[in-house]
Ligand binder design. Structure first.
Ligand code: BEZ
Ligand code: FE
Length: 300
């Protein structure tokens, strides 16, 4: 009996040593990379991928499904759809990388995921203009300011805003060339801004591909918490990519891409009917304030 146990133990020891030797050989195979950072990345990835496979005791069938999944992820990518970024988003990797690369600086506004729906060259609107541009939804009056961490107003900051309509669709999903619910504007001489948008509503991330199937298999929802996207740039300041989220939202912290941050949850005051701050008469509308603080650009 003891002999059998000893044999089993020795077999395990030999197997473990064999597995470890392969890891070391693979890691060493990257020693010659001339770029130090690339060498570090490749060796670290090799170690972690092997560690995961060994911890899971990955079967050949599972390995094959993983290859099929990654192949389909690549095949789903087009000029306008990036399924790998979506995979990174739902794994929380995008938020992790954003968090590591945008450490908190004083009271600077926090960053969150970029998402796939930003479009270069969105229409310019004047202060007080309407970025909905015909997209359906409840009007939302958005006001705020842009300043540095020293409190000084930032004049002429470029503010890009984009969001889904009340049906959860971005203009790029309409299937025509319309631009709606996206625009850019500039902060005024006091760093202030104001515009009409739409009260954000929850919508699903694209979930008709492999990432959607993965979420379904895991019993996870593809829904994003209601939000309005911002990208703010000004010379001498770090580019800010962020959203504001609606306080009391039904999805809230269950956001499919882990993008919600406490500091970005804002109160959207609801009003049953007009008149609005600029005299428009609407059946219902909301308003929100977002004071944006930009960190100074890194000097290196
Ligand atoms: C979005 O908010 O637009 C978005 C972000 C990440 C993945 C999919 C959509
Ligand atoms: Fe979005």
């Amino acid at each position: 009996m003891t002999e059998v146990l000893n044999d089993a133990h020795s077999a395990t020891v030999v197997q473990t040593a064999r597995e470890q030797a392969l890891v070391e050989t693979v890691v060493a195979s990257f020693d010659g990379a001339t770029d130090d950072r690339l060498r570090t990345i490749l060796q670290t990835v090799a170690r972690h991928v092997h560690a995961a496979a060994r911890e899971l005791q990955l079967t050949e069938i599972e390995w094959e499904s993983m290859i099929t999944f990654l192949t389909e992820t690549g095949q789903t990518c087009t000029d306008t759809r990036q399924e790998f970024i979506l995979l990174s988003d739902v794994l929380g990797l995008s938020m992790q990388v954003i968090g590591m690369n945008n450490p908190p600086v004083a009271d600077a506004t926090e960053a969150t995921v970029f998402g796939p729906f930003f479009v270069e060259g969105a229409p310019h609107i004047e202060l007080g203009g309407d970025m909905a541009l015909g997209a359906p939804g409840e009007p939302c009056w958005v006001t705020g300011s842009v300043s540095g961490t020293d409190g000084a107003p930032i004049v002429g900051a470029r503010i890009e805003v984009w969001e889904a309509d009340e049906a959860g669709q971005y203009d790029v999903q309409y299937g025509d060339d319309r631009q709606a619910a996206r625009a850019h504007l500039f902060s005024d001489n006091d760093g202030g801004f104001r515009f009409w948008g739409l009260t954000p509503t929850p919508y699903p991330i694209p979930h008709d591909g492999p990432v959607g199937r993965m979420l379904e298999a895991a019993g996870r929802s593809p829904m994003r918490a209601s939000h309005l996207h911002f990208m703010v740039t000004a010379p001498g300041y770090r580019r800010l990519v962020t959203h504001i989220f609606v306080e009391g939202d039904e999805i809230g912290w269950k956001d499919a891409v882990f993008g919600v941050k406490e500091s970005l949850i804002k109160s959207f005051a609801r009003h049953a009917s007009g008149p609005t701050p600029d005299g428009r008469y609407v059946t219902s509308w909301s308003e929100v304030t977002f004071d944006i603080v930009l960190a100074a650009a890194d000097r290196n």
